[in-house]
Design a protein around this ligand. Structure first.
Ligand SMILES: [Zn+2]
Length: 146
């Protein structure tokens, strides 16, 4: 039950984060999920729905963004996104590479909820250039917030 323990960590982290930000009703949790993370998205979503029951995050939606594998090609000296996780070779020149830059992440990157009477939204997608705080969390979840 790998996904269940990840779902627990994710909900715990999301609640901790929303408390810090004064969010009352959490509506959505945004997660980046690498295709090499070994986490099954459907299973994680199912577990998430179970775990949030009875918590302040009950009813919140888990929105998963799939992250493709990005490798570094030593031949092209470029980052290359792979259309499929395997084989790990440069899609342009065919050189084999094991240098994976993206695709393993399980990363909480945004929350959406309500604060008092007003709307609250935290979406870090456009803020990647800001300094990011990253922290490893149980189950391999990383938090990336500005
Ligand atoms: Zn190449």
């Amino acid at each position: 039950m790998h996904e269940l323990s990840i779902a627990y960590s994710l909900v715990e982290l999301a609640l901790e984060e929303s408390e810090k930000r004064g969010v009352r009703q959490l509506r959505a949790v945004y997660l980046k999920l690498g295709v090499l993370s070994g986490v099954i998205k459907e299973s994680l979503q199912f577990c998430f729905d179970v775990v949030v029951q009875g918590t302040p995050a009950e009813g919140a939606e888990l929105i998963v963004e799939d992250v493709p594998v990005v490798v570094y090609c030593p031949e092209c000296q470029e980052e290359r996104a792979l259309p499929e996780p395997l084989p790990m070779r440069c899609p342009v020149c065919g050189t084999r590479t094991a240098e994976v830059l993206h695709g393993r992440e399980v990363e909480l990157y945004g929350l959406e909820g309500e604060e008092g009477d007003g709307k609250y939204a935290s979406d870090c997608r456009d803020q990647t250039e800001r300094a990011q705080e990253e922290r490893s969390f149980g189950g391999g979840i990383t938090r990336a917030f500005p």
